[in-house]
Design a protein around this ligand. Structure first.
Ligand SMILES: NC(=O)c1ccc[n+]([C@@H]2O[C@H](COP(=O)([O-])OP(=O)(O)OC[C@H]3O[C@@H](n4cnc5c(N)ncnc54)[C@H](OP(=O)(O)O)[C@@H]3O)[C@@H](O)[C@H]2O)c1
Length: 389
């Protein structure tokens, strides 16, 4: 059987990128047999290595040669990320723009991109050798850059996009949709929400009639792991170190601990599930992170039979022209019989309340980085099966 070959450019090749190329190799035969599909990585860009373009396919040796491991010069050490009042000071809001500043442009000097001096110009070229941009660069909660620039360039030149990067969607979804509508390109971002826990199908198939009126979720696995460890008297720093080793924590762990990652996801979830009169941005989220909570709270709550969780809540209030949508992220003490209290460790869960269907909860029992890669693959396959968005 002749395979339909789809060429991928990977913008970013860190923990998620490596898990994705491993998964593509593992699923190669099944993709060919079930769907007649083959995915070839024809370009990869990272900040340190620049742009590498190989129209015949970037081989495993070339991928293996790309520097691994996070650039810790931009990542605070564990001493700074212990959940304590000190953290609140160390990561006060004025530092955010600096701490979360988008990484610099791809280094043209290291580029093997031929006619393209950098990633953006490659993505913006309608004739560049790729069909789908997989955007998996470092998260920037402050403005969604440089990913938003990458997405605009690819969608604007008519290329489909799949992303695990929530920043550009949370900040710029309306604009990205407008560009995609102009060129007919498609944009999918299941992996940006809760890994492979299916959030989009809630709107598309689980609640096809009537509104979702509220959601509550544990949307950040790293902080859930930290709170679960603290509940049994373990240190927050140890749990964070585990999440960093597994590749699950954000490159800058303050994005997890201060609730930025959860705020970005809640914004996208609210826009997806609650149909706000105008699309929200993270600026409207009432956000508090673990850095604002008393250090002994998780263990004290556990002694009372309760659990502290970082809960993301979205709610639609009112009707008609006065209807509004509110989103909040904060640590909460949940009684033992709350369905989110039972979601421990690095699990994530999303509970929705719909107009006609009552309450429903989906749980991803463990969210390793492989489940993010799997969500990307779900979207890549969906594109080939003709699903839009
Ligand atoms: N890890 C997870 O479990 C998970 C789950 C869901 C969603 N996500 C999202 O997926 C994305 C990737 O996560 P990750 O864990 O793979 O991150 P990561 O390990 O820190 O890797 C990020 C990659 O992006 C590259 N990069 C940064 N700026 C760039 C630029 N301007 N141009 C080209 N490449 C650039 C980095 O290059 P250098 O290595 O040279 O710095 C690195 O290869 C993030 O947006 C994250 O929020 C991650």
């Amino acid at each position: 059987m002749e395979l339909r070959r789809r060429r991928l450019v990977l913008a970013g090749y860190g923990a998620v990128g490596r898990a994705l190329t491993a998964l593509l190799a593992q699923a190669h035969d099944e993709l060919a047999q079930r769907y007649g599909l083959a995915f070839d990585v024809t370009a990869v860009a990272t900040r340190r290595s620049g742009l590498l373009v190989t129209p015949d396919g970037v081989g495993p040796d070339m991928l293996a040669a790309i520097p691994q491991g996070r650039d810790t010069s931009r990542t605070p050490g564990l001493a700074q990320t212990t959940v304590s009042p000190d953290l609140a000071q160390a990561a006060a809001p004025p530092d955010l723009a600096q701490a979360a500043a988008p990484p610099g442009p791809t280094r043209a000097a290291a580029s093997h991109g031929g006619t393209w001096p950098d990633l953006r110009s490659f993505l913006a070229d309608p004739a560049a050798p790729y069909d789908v941009l997989v955007e998996i660069t470092t998260q920037s909660p402050a403005d969604g850059e440089p990913a938003a620039t990458h997405l605009r360039a690819a969608l604007g030149s008519g290329h489909d996009v799949v992303t695990a990067n929530k920043g550009p969607i949370a900040w710029h979804e309306a604009d990205l949709r407008r560009i995609a509508a102009t060129t007919g390109a498609r944009l999918r971002y299941e992996a940006a929400l809760m890994d492979c826990l299916p959030a989009h199908p809630i709107r598309e198939s689980i609640v096809p009639v009537g509104r979702v009126v509220a959601f509550a979720g544990i949307v950040n696995a790293t902080t859930n792991g930290i709170l679960s460890a603290m509940a049994v008297g373990r240190g927050a720093a140890e749990a964070l170190a585990e999440a960093q080793r597994s590749g699950q924590a954000e490159a800058d762990p303050r994005n997890d601990i201060e609730g930025h990652d959860a705020a970005l996801k809640s914004t996208v979830l609210a826009n997806l599930l609650l149909d706000p009169p105008e699309l929200l941005t993270p600026a409207s989220v009432d956000r508090r992170g673990l850095d604002t909570m008393p250090e002994g709270w998780p263990a004290e709550a556990a002694a009372r039979g309760a659990r502290v969780r970082l809960v993301a809540r979205g709610e639609s209030r009112g009707e008609g022209p006065t209807r509004t949508v509110h989103v909040r992220v904060a640590p909460e003490e949940l009684p033992a019989d709350d369905s989110l209290a039972a979601v421990g460790g690095t699990a994530m869960a999303l509970r929705i309340e719909s107009e006609y269907g009552g309450k429903l909860q989906l749980t991803l029992l463990a969210g390793p980085v492989q489940s993010t890669a799997y969500a990307i693959l779900m979207d890549l396959v969906a594109l080939e099966r003709g699903a839009g968005r």
